[in-house]
Design a binder for this molecule. Structure first.
Ligand code: TYM
Length: 337
């Protein structure tokens, strides 16, 4: 078997409130991978509309995610930054994969259950087949590595199953490679600042639950100051974080932002009070996130430049996607190309 060319693809939804979890779990890792891989970073606007989005806000949020990629250090010249809706092949492959994936597989997706909530009958059909579109995003480029936060692991496993079933069904061994999740660092699941048992999320009604990538210094400081804690001093060892989700979360964020191993950070704060950790964490977060937010703001003031970057990225993405989609059409038996 020939080794597939290493290629990275990842996506972020333009649904507003881009936060520290998105940054530490995903976007920050996008930057480092540029040294070693060919990378495609996609603003997944088609995923966003699985829950209704105000059209003007969707457009603004799409630009904002692209700005966040670039402000964080993604280079749209050496690599590809684009929005999904400009590359029609995503929708085309998603349809084929809708016909490969099994209902039983999708029924197991925990994120659908969480997002659809109690009233599942009222969820959009798009929300249900969302993971098939995500598999299409990855397989359309035969991507081999997918940097994501931990919450996307199950979707990646599904993408692997879909790739394998497609290869089997159409007698095309190794046609789609098995994409590997890259879940990197000490903050692969950043938790809410208000509740250490809940994931930090864009849709949490409390603004205090998340630090956004565009927060100003005083907001960052305030949110960290108000973050939930427990009554004890900070533990001596990593094992001492067991059963202390708020301590684990704040120390994990500190480790990720400072690029230090968690064990070293825990030792540094051993026996100290949460207030000491909060003071240092606020300074660190302002130092690391502040300049990214400022650069995002600068880029957002020039939407024409962002639009040109996305159009150029989409053109280069299509150049990779179309030949692969052409092979898919042939394998499936579609006439006309
Ligand atoms: P999305 O937009 O919800 O999140 C974008 C990225 O941020 C990560 N993330 C987190 N990481 C750590 N802690 C958190 N609290 C946290 N919240 C979010 C996510 O894991 C993700 O990496 N389905 C995807 C988007 C997508 C995609 C793709 C990803 C569409 N197509 C193809 C990879 C490849 C999603 O909804 O991410």
């Amino acid at each position: 078997m020939t080794q597939p060319t290493p290629r990275v693809l990842s996506g972020v939804q333009p649904t507003g409130n881009l936060h520290l979890g998105n940054y530490l779990g995903a976007i920050r890792n996008f930057v480092g991978l540029q040294q070693t891989h060919e990378c495609l970073y996609c603003v997944v606007d088609m995923h966003a509309i699985t829950v209704f989005q105000d059209p003007a806000e969707l457009a603004a949020n799409t630009r904002e995610v692209a700005a966040a990629f670039i402000a964080a250090g993604v280079d749209p010249k050496s690599h590809i930054v684009f929005n999904q809706a400009q590359v029609l092949q995503h929708a085309e492959l998603a349809w084929v994969l809708n016909c490969v994936a099994r209902m039983g597989w999708l029924n197991r997706m925990t994120q659908f259950k969480e997002k659809a909530g109690k009233d599942r009958e009222k969820a959009s059909v798009g929300l249900y087949v969302y993971p098939n579109l995500m598999a299409a995003d990855i397989l359309l480029y035969k991507a081999t590595h997918v940097p994501v936060g931990e919450d996307q692991k199950q979707h990646l496993e599904l993408a692997r199953d879909i790739a394998q079933k497609f290869n089997n069904d159409f007698n095309a061994a190794d046609f789609f490679p098995q994409p590997e999740p890259l879940i990197l660092g000490d903050a692969t699941r950043v938790m809410s600042l208000r509740d250490g048992s809940k994931k930090m999320s864009k849709s949490d009604p409390s603004d205090l639950s998340r630090i956004t990538m565009s927060d100003q210094a005083d907001d960052i400081a305030k949110k960290i100051r108000k973050a939930k804690t427990d009554p004890d001093a900070l533990p001596e060892t990593v094992a001492g974080l067991e059963g202390r989700p708020e301590a684990a979360n704040l120390l994990g964020i500190f480790a990720a932002l400072s690029d230090k191993p968690l064990a070293e950070v825990v030792t540094g704060f051993a026996g100290k009070q949460f207030s000491d950790l909060k003071t240092d964490l606020a300074d660190l977060a302002i130092e690391k996130i502040g300049p990214i937010g400022a650069e995002m703001k600068r880029l957002n003031e020039d939407p024409a430049t962002i639009d040109a970057i996305l159009a150029d990225g989409a053109e280069r993405a299509r150049a990779i996607a179309e030949p692969i989609m052409g092979e898919v059409r042939k394998l499936v038996g579609f006439l006309g190309n």
